[in-house]
Design a protein around this ligand. Structure first.
Ligand code: ZN
Length: 465
């Protein structure tokens, strides 16, 4: 009785905690609708009014240089990559009219301080500074392209407007988007020195992190000189679109290019310094035939959208690599609150599932634990016994055994043809028995007929006598 009561209480508390979580979700959703600051307010557009004395001047800053290598991973050296991109960007931008382009340095061995770079930009009267970088992350988890801008004033606004063009360009190249971001240091000013110093000089700046050199998803975009040149041309095209430039040589005119429209007077990019508000998972189904479980994820964060998710089937000890959050739209600041997916369960495992929802600022919240699944025992899949299939399988196995002297490899398949032969032999034996039985019956019938014929002959002989 006592145990039952405890169980009942537990059940009730389980249900009530679920109800409580859902109430939280609902309240947060409502708060989001009514109180969350809109990430992007559409209004009449205006182009950055250039105080250029009739001449547009931009500065390209290849990140790092000299002893400051930047990211260094698996044969990639960031300072060299940045310089290749910068040279291609410079060359491409020089094909446009009404623009003067400078580079902070052109020798990959030049080690300029961040302050010197900003001072250089100021000395040439720059209208915009573009800092070129490649990224890598702790544990090589992250992938995608992003732009950092100043958190303040006009630099925030114009940084954001350029970055919208840049993100569109990166999207067209096929990259995953991590969006436009700001970051503060301890003093409450811009974390990245180049953005901080440029902001002090009132020069808008954008720090472009093209992609991650330490993640397979991104490496294909940056592992050749052609790829890096493609980045340089793409960056130049974004700049040309943002400033509405045209080029006779390239036969393009971006003077009517429409920038994202904004309401003057508010900040457009704000750092998210908190973890996602909620992350929870629920059981959908378990399919023992396909060795999968279905789960529903719900995650809510009103400061920034969700970019990735990761899950664990050992109760949170180990997690999968980051996977992109389905249908996330980082530029609209939106990601679906919920989605469902399947997890493959390995043989002999009773999964204990946990999720991580990771937002645009790489902050994550861990979900509740899903337990109580049965142990998944994988049953070997039935193979059709058609002759062709059996013979193909046999040749494949022969090939494998040639390569592998031990000949193990866990193949159960060789047993199958043997069993097949056994089956055929048993069938033949049955047939043989049947024939023997028929022959015996026929023999008996004939002998019976013969004896009865002889008897009748004898009777006839006696009658004649
Ligand atoms: Zn860098």
């Amino acid at each position: 009785m006592k145990n039952k009561a405890i169980k009942k209480n537990k059940d009730i508390s389980k249900i009530s905690s679920k109800v409580f979580i859902w109430m939280q979700v609902t309240v947060l959703l409502l708060c989001g609708i009514f109180f969350a600051p809109p990430l992007q307010v559409m209004a009449e557009g205006f182009r950055y009014t250039l105080d250029t004395d009739g001449e547009l001047i931009i500065v390209i800053d290849p990140g790092h240089g000299g002893g400051n290598l930047g990211a260094d991973y698996n044969g990639f050296l960031e300072k060299e990559m940045n310089m290749t991109v910068a040279n291609a960007m410079y060359e491409e931008l020089s094909k446009y009219e009404d623009i003067t382009v400078y580079m902070t340095h052109t020798d990959v061995e030049t080690d300029m301080s961040i302050k010197e770079r900003a001072e250089f930009a100021n000395s040439v009267n720059a209208d915009f500074v573009f800092c070129l970088h490649f990224n890598m992350s702790p544990d090589n988890k992250l992938f995608g392209s992003e732009v950092w801008v100043s958190a303040f004033g006009e630099e925030n606004r114009e940084g954001y407007r350029f970055s919208c063009v840049q993100m569109e360009t990166m999207k067209e190249m096929g990259l995953f988007l991590r969006g436009v971001k700001t970051r503060f240091n301890d003093k409450g000013t811009d974390y990245y020195g180049i953005l901080r110093y440029c902001e002090e000089y009132d020069i808008p700046a954008a720090l472009i992190e093209h992609c991650h050199i330490d993640h397979a998803t991104d490496v294909e975009f940056c592992d050749s000189e052609e790829d890096l040149i493609a980045f340089g041309i793409a960056d130049a095209t974004s700049v040309a679109k943002y400033f509405g430039l045209s080029s006779e040589e390239l036969d393009v005119d971006y003077s009517d290019y429409e920038l994202v429209t904004l309401t003057p007077g508010s900040l457009y990019v704000q750092a998210d310094t908190s973890d996602p508000d909620i992350c929870m998972i629920e059981k959908n189904y378990e399919d023992m035939d396909r060795d999968v479980i279905g789960v529903t994820v719900t995650a809510v964060d009103y400061d920034s959208p969700m970019l990735y998710y990761s899950y664990s089937i050992d109760g949170g000890l180990t997690y999968t690599p980051y996977l992109s959050w389905p249908e996330t739209d980082v530029m609209a600041g939106k990601s679906p609150d919920t989605f469902t997916f399947e997890i493959e369960v390995p043989d002999g495992v009773s999964p204990a599932v946990k999720m991580r929802a990771i937002n645009q600022y790489d902050r994550y919240t861990e979900s509740n634990l899903l337990e109580g699944y049965p142990v998944f025992v994988h049953t070997p899949q039935e193979v059709p016994v058609e002759d062709t299939l059996v013979s193909e399988e046999t040749t494949e196995l022969e090939d494998v055994s040639q390569g592998d002297a031990s000949g193990n490899g866990g193949f159960k398949a060789p047993e199958r043809p043997v069993k097949e032969e056994e089956g055929i032999a048993f069938g033949n034996f049955l047939k043989l028995c049947l024939i023997v039985v028929i022959l015996i019956v026929v023999f008996l019938l004939i002998s019976n007929l013969i004896t009865s014929f002889r008897r009748s002959q004898r009777r006839k002989k006696r009658k004649r006598k």
